[in-house]
Design a binder for this molecule. Structure first.
Ligand code: ZN
Length: 198
């Protein structure tokens, strides 16, 4: 097992790389290709390595610190890029996440917000669940007065196959606490003035 595999999100479910390579070779054969052809011979290894890479994230500890100054306005990080892998088609979906929270007694380093996004993006996922998981983790770690997560993504399973809607953007949201009770606060997530967040 290589070092990438060791970072896999599901630690108690070790990756059987050799078996996965056999499975990809079988898939090529089943689709009518000659998996022993010189141009395809390394494809199973490449596919497995790519899948492992796309479903692994760097472990990190969500260190928080005291909100000594009593900051009580939204803290927002917008435009966090991510790529995930749709669990229905094993095709990527990718886009941007805006994350905001209104602190209670704890603050978190801003880079950790991007790390939380990566932790939940780099695995087999659906966008709706990813949105909720990001909000849940921030709620659990920070006990904030409110959390807001907005995800906008293009799904390759929609844009390059099936209905082929290349410009469709899928938007999901999670508004908790004061972001739920006071929609005005959601303005903290607007990239450039009113309109984008409706
Ligand atoms: Zn899909």
């Amino acid at each position: 097992m290589n070092s990438t595999a060791a970072l896999h999100a599901v630690a108690d479910d070790p990756i059987d790389r050799a078996r996965a390579m056999v499975a990809v070779a079988d898939l090529l054969t089943a689709l009518g290709y000659d998996a022993t052809d010189e141009h395809l011979i390394d494809t199973p290894r490449r596919v497995v390595d790519a899948l492992i890479d796309m479903t692994a994230s760097e472990p990190f500890v969500m260190t928080t610190f005291a909100n000594e100054e009593g900051y009580d306005e939204p803290v927002a990080v917008r435009g966090i890029r991510f790529t995930s892998l749709c669990e229905h088609h094993l095709l990527p979906f990718r886009g941007e996440v805006d994350v905001a929270y209104v602190p209670g007694s704890r603050l978190v380093g801003l880079s950790k917000l991007a790390r939380v996004v990566e932790r939940h993006a780099r695995r087999l996922q659906v966008q709706e669940r990813m949105t909720v998981q990001i909000a849940d983790e921030l709620e659990d770690a920070l006990a904030p007065r409110g959390v807001a997560v907005v995800v906008r993504a293009e799904h390759l399973c929609m844009s390059i196959r099936g209905v082929r809607t290349p410009d469709a953007e899928t938007r999901t949201t999670a508004f908790r606490g004061v972001f739920q009770s006071d929609p005005e606060l959601r303005g903290a997530l607007r990239p450039d003035g009113p309109g984008r967040m409706s």
